[in-house]
Design a protein around this ligand. Structure first.
Ligand SMILES: [Cu+2]
Length: 194
């Protein structure tokens, strides 16, 4: 079966495959370029009537070599993120975004860590008041069904119940793209960014 749609976020092909595990949505995103792939996220948008328990484990973003690492981090909303400074110099972490609570963690010395909890769906920009060139992103998402792209542009969203979903793509330079996909069992969907 082939799905063709007009628009920047285009499903190239849909194929069904048998998997030993439960349902799964996976495939590749083409047209991004290798270097930019790691900053891209594919995720399932909010599912009406479904909520998910807040993860107990904290996620971690480091400031290292004058960058936020990882640059883009997807988390389930409700997740607490620890910001750890691994550089010798001091850093600051703040976000001007309302959906992230416009937080400011102050000055972090080497080895220092401070936390913030992302309670609402948000594409939160992370900035450092000391180094204006630093920029990172936390994607606080409404479902735990998300995947960062690997080096080959592949993504995999596992344990996804059957359903009709809005699949979204996000990249800091490209923005958000969205498409409905019907998931039944294990399904493979390749996308192309135009
Ligand atoms: Cu800094």
């Amino acid at each position: 079966m082939t799905v063709k749609q007009v628009g920047a976020w285009c499903a190239l092909a849909v194929a069904f495959f048998s998997s030993a595990d439960a349902a799964e949505l996976r495939g590749t995103v083409r047209g991004l370029g290798m270097r930019r792939g790691a900053d891209a996220v594919v995720y399932i948008d909010a599912i009406p009537g479904r909520t998910f328990p807040v993860p107990r484990d904290h996620a971690v973003v480091e400031t290292k070599d004058l960058v936020f690492a990882p640059t883009v981090l997807p988390v389930l909303m409700g997740t607490t993120v620890d910001f750890m400074n691994r550089d010798e110099m001091a850093h600051n972490v703040f976000s001007p975004d309302k959906c992230a609570g416009k937080f400011d963690l102050g000055k972090l010395a080497q080895g220092q860590s401070r936390s913030h909890t992302f309670n609402a769906p948000c594409t939160a920009t992370l900035l450092c008041s000391i180094h204006p060139e630093m920029e990172g992103f936390i994607l606080a998402l409404p479902t735990p069904y998300f995947s960062r792209l690997d080096k080959t542009g592949a993504y995999a969203i596992r344990d996804l119940p059957d359903g009709d979903y809005r699949v979204k793509f996000w990249h800091p330079k490209i923005g958000e793209q969205s498409q409905r996909i019907k998931v039944s069992g294990a399904i493979m969907v390749d996308f192309e960014i135009r």
